[in-house]
Design a protein around this ligand. Sequence first.
Ligand code: ATP
Ligand code: MG
Length: 147
Amino acid sequence: MKIITRSYQETINLGKQIGLLLNKGSLITLKGDLAGGKTTFTKGIGEALNIKQVINSPTFTILKIYNGSLPLYHIDAYRLAENPYDLGFDEYYDDGIMVVEWPEYYEALPEEHLDIEFNYIDDTSREINITATKEYEDILKEIEKIC
Ligand SMILES: Nc1ncnc2c1ncn2[C@@H]1O[C@H](COP(=O)(O)OP(=O)(O)OP(=O)(O)O)[C@@H](O)[C@H]1O
Ligand SMILES: [Mg+2]
């Protein structure tokens, strides 16, 4: 499905609404343009999980873990671009929610995931496309109901 957000805050709100639908072990991949809104969306997931720390871009650390009602594992694989490889993180996130920015650069992610792609329209608007693999079809249906 396709959604247009017309401000930074609308993308946070979308992340929060979707975050409320996620479960332990959920994997969300965030694709698309630089400054597309991937980290902004993750801040909204953080709100849904009642995370009090500020979520920012983990580009220089690859993985950040935030503690909320569930742990949030936030990966930014951008730095792996030159040499994609499997860091093995996916082996221990089943107690929380894993969000991966630039999944193209991270090898060996599990097959099942919710994919969200961000396309820049203009300074304040983004087109957001959401697709689901089989196990995430129910969550996608829920998203369709609320958006
Ligand atoms: N509708 C919108 N949704 C999200 N961000 C927006 C929107 N309009 C403007 N912005 C701005 O775009 C930028 C999005 O930055 P953000 O760090 O979320 O992108 P990103 O996709 O994580 O980038 P990167 O690929 O560098 O990690 C912010 O500066 C934000 O204020
Ligand atoms: Mg980012």
